[in-house]
Design a protein around this ligand. Structure first.
Ligand SMILES: CC(C)(COP(=O)(O)OP(=O)(O)OC[C@H]1O[C@@H](n2cnc3c(N)ncnc32)[C@H](O)[C@@H]1OP(=O)(O)O)[C@@H](O)C(=O)NCCC(=O)NCCS
Length: 142
């Protein structure tokens, strides 16, 4: 195994294949390629060239940052790859800061994955300080 962490987007086909492998929602090609092209920071994990995991950050380039598409395909899960992807992303985000500066990182955990993210300092919501994180699917039906 030659696992590499490369700070570049996967191809559209690789992205769709990884999403399929972890049962994420199927996206249209237009939505999927915009998602790759407009992300702030993407790491793709490759094993001998094959895309086997990825993580993306969406950002205003400064204060507000959203971590999404955290995925490792099933045959590679449980080997520490997800942890390394998260750690590298946290390190990258920290590298954007000057001494004393603070920014916010958001993410939406899948059910049951909360302990994975807690290890990196994320807090579940709602809690005694913050209200719930909220979201919806938005579909144009015509
Ligand atoms: C979540 C995910 C990215 C973790 O990647 P990974 O490479 O398997 O993670 P690691 O091997 O680094 O394991 C990290 C920790 O998560 C735990 N973990 C891994 N897979 C898990 C799972 N399916 N359910 C619960 N915990 C899990 C491991 O036990 C490990 O805990 P430890 O550090 O206390 O031993 C990966 O399982 C995945 O892609 N899942 C499907 C897609 C998904 O749900 N993504 C998250 C969306 S919010």
């Amino acid at each position: 195994m030659a696992i590499e962490f490369i700070d570049e987007a996967p191809t559209l086909e690789e992205y769709k294949e990884m999403r399929r492998a972890v049962n994420f929602m199927v996206l249209s090609d237009r939505i999927a390629s915009n998602a790759l092209n407009n992300a702030y920071h993407i790491t793709t994990v490759r094993d001998n060239g094959r895309a086997i995991g990825m993580i993306r950050v969406l950002s205003d380039g400064s204060y507000a940052n959203f971590i999404t598409d955290v995925m490792v395909i099933p045959e590679y899960q449980g080997r520490g790859i997800g942890t390394q992807m998260m750690q590298r992303t946290m390190d990258f985000m920290k590298s954007t800061l000057l001494p004393g500066e603070t920014i916010v990182l958001y993410l939406m955990s899948a059910i049951g994955r909360e302990p994975f993210y807690k290890k990196f300092g994320f807090k579940t919501r709602p809690n005694e300080v913050w209200g719930a994180g909220m979201s919806q699917w938005l579909t144009r039906k015509d």
